[in-house]
Design a protein around this ligand. Structure first.
Ligand SMILES: [Zn+2]
Length: 294
């Protein structure tokens, strides 16, 4: 009975989410940073220092180190979801911020839902990764680089989360409620939230964050680079393993096997996203330099 009421409370409070949590994004960013040449690291640190939220990132990270700022910047597209300086797509535009031309929240950039034949039904995750990469390669405007970097760092991580390339019918698992007896704090949640929270607690930062990133790098090999369509299709194929098959009293339930398998998939996808983001950025910025230098 207690579980029934807990489930009722959960259903009443539930709001859809669309992202790895902050720990996942920071882990991907820390792994990516290690793949960058010192020149690319310097270029990225310089671009992020011109972002209007740079002081907030320093404060949150309690650090001025490039990798720590990059890790905070990677969570920024989620941080603006409830920030009144930014607007939803259907709302009137909020005024531009100094150094930041775009103040839309772009919630549909965080995911792409595919139909049974692999055709996109909603969301722009794959298209935006391609577009932002192109902007970073070609733009001469510093504000555009500053704007695109946190988005690209964030979205390359999102596209490696299986439920971000989900089924339109259940909104990428947001409509699927599950029971998770391993989580005393949140025994009922949507399947999407279960996956988002797998990389660790959202306050993971500093030394612990770097220890976790090193542990993951020791566990999983560097992946081949592929391209955005391949990253998308890999996630979509993993969907078959993303839904718990066992049933609890009311809902599908997370059992030992599912827990172990989903953790393994999440950890591996974080590592793959980190390597691939790092190599992508290094490729983009090294070509920018060679083009800019006569
Ligand atoms: Zn996201």
């Amino acid at each position: 009975m207690r579980q029934f009421f807990l489930a009722l409370i959960f259903f009443a409070c539930h709001a859809p989410a669309h992202a790895w949590n902050a720990a996942g994004h920071r882990l991907v960013a820390i792994i990516a940073w290690q793949q960058l040449s010192p020149a690319t690291q310097a270029d990225i640190a310089d671009a992020l220092s011109r972002h209007p939220d740079f002081p907030r990132w320093q404060e949150k990270a309690r650090s001025t180190a490039g990798e720590d700022i990059f890790a905070e910047a990677a969570t920024w597209p989620d941080d603006i979801r409830n920030d009144p300086r930014f607007h939803d797509d259907q709302e009137p535009a909020t005024p531009p911020l100094p150094g930041l031309p775009d103040t839309a929240r772009h919630k549909h950039w965080h995911y792409v839902d595919l139909d049974a034949r692999g055709k996109a039904e909603s969301g722009e995750l794959d298209r935006q990764i391609a577009r932002l990469s192109q902007i970073l390669r070609s733009t001469g405007k510093k504000a555009e680089i500053t704007n695109a970097l946190p988005w690209l760092a964030h979205l390359v991580a999102d596209i490696h989360q299986p439920l971000h390339v989900g089924r339109h019918g259940d909104e990428g698992g947001n409509q699927i409620e599950i029971e998770n007896p391993f989580n005393k704090r949140l025994p009922f949640s949507s399947l999407h939230v279960y996956w988002d929270d797998l990389p660790g607690p959202p306050w993971l930062r500093g030394k612990r964050l770097k220890q976790n990133a090193s542990r993951l790098l020791d566990q999983y090999p560097a992946p081949s680079q592929g391209d955005v369509l391949r990253w998308r299709d890999e996630s979509h194929r993993l969907l078959a393993k993303a839904y718990p098959m066992a049933n609890g009293t009311l809902l599908p339930i997370v059992d030992d096997d599912f827990r172990q398998q989903s953790r393994e998939i999440a950890d591996r996808r974080i590592v793959e996203a980190g390597y691939r983001l790092g190599r992508l950025l290094d490729d983009i910025f090294s070509h920018r330099v060679s083009r800019e230098t006569p």
